[in-house]
Design a protein around this ligand. Sequence first.
Ligand SMILES: C[S@@+](CC[C@H](N)C(=O)[O-])C[C@H]1O[C@@H](n2cnc3c(N)ncnc32)[C@H](O)[C@@H]1O
Length: 417
Amino acid sequence: MDKTVVELFAGVGGFRVGLNDVKMNKNGKVSEKSNFDFVFSNQWEPSTKVQHAFDCYQTRFGESDKHSNVDISLVDKKNEIPAHTLLVGGFPCQDYSVARTLSKEKGIQGIKGVLWWQIRDVLEAKRPPFVLLENVDRLLKSPSKQRGRDFGIMLRSMSDLGYGVEWRVINAADYGHPQRRRRVFIFGFHKTTNYYKSLNHKDYYNNITIEGLIAKAFPVKNDLSKNKQTNISKNSYDDLVVMTNNFKFGFENSGIMIDNEVFTAKVEPIQEKQIFLKEIVEKGDIEEKYFLDGSDKKFMSLKGSKKIARVNKETGIEYNYSEGKMVYPDPLDRPGRTMLTSEASVNRSTHVIFDVKTNRKRLITPVEAERLNEFPDNWTNTGMPFRRRYFMMGNALVTGVVRKFGQEILKVIDKEK
Ligand SMILES: C[S@@+](CC[C@H](N)C(=O)[O-])C[C@H]1O[C@@H](n2cnc3c(N)ncnc32)[C@H](O)[C@@H]1O
């Protein structure tokens, strides 16, 4: 089996950087291992005219007609995407519910603009043997009024296409990466693969703690005190519409779906040595614009504890919204907090660190933001405004986590025909 990859929602290329262990020297020369062969990628940012993420990807990996810059929903003919062994992508958590269309021929339909259906369509058209997806951990619990429905729908649609699925919420910092970033990783494997056949299908417990690909890459303590099962077969839910209306299930941070049977359990990571923020801060002189002037007071108030009276829009009932106090400035002897797309603005979640060299507080630099995600220094320094560079990193992923996935996926591919 070849090692071809299609990367959807590619952003600035986090999956590719991780899977191919990409490095860049001070002169911007990129070196890439040939672990995987990227045959197609797609990236299009709906909110801006200028396509900074796409441009960055092209600058770093070279201009190529294999990298497309169109809205993925407009790629009607998904079968024209090249055949591939592994499909990867980090996509938004949206409403995955499905309704019956008025015209019977059209069957059933998910909400327009929901990007999960684009991934599903590629899976249907190309049936890649393996899939690796990334999302916020909230996906497992959404929507709030019908917990687990969206992930249930996703699992069922993958099952209908012949896939088994393993998932795990991984906090990168637990496995020796510099950021406390919790994301759910979803590994799909088609029933035609040796990998699918090699798993003992009923030994769910063993699969998610020892035998499965995720367990091998990210070891856990073997304690499944909280575990439960559900079935998503046609006997339980005729189709995705019936599932939309009825499915509710508490997904834990880890699980497997195989032959329509879903098994989930709460697992605990075997923690690796932590990397602290102080290990990734820049050593040289820092530009003056990153230092706080008048905004220190504002940050102190934003990061302090507060109680605010709010009104619930639906019920009209007044309630107290409260926030706890955050450690300020960010502790240097812990891994960094999660980076959000809003990092560069003055808000509660922005990192502020104490600069030991100057005894002053400052924002993290774009290079430090890149280091939190284990991208090469200056990866996003491709002509975009510096604030946009934080945005890119808020969207991206910790590439070292992807690298570990890649190493296990290569072993699995080697055992295929
Ligand atoms: C969560 S980010 C993934 C970032 C990526 N993993 C990285 O390392 O940079 C999702 C990406 O999907 C892109 N996107 C959003 N809507 C899209 C659409 N309709 N078609 C193609 N790409 C889209 C966004 O611009 C964003 O870069």
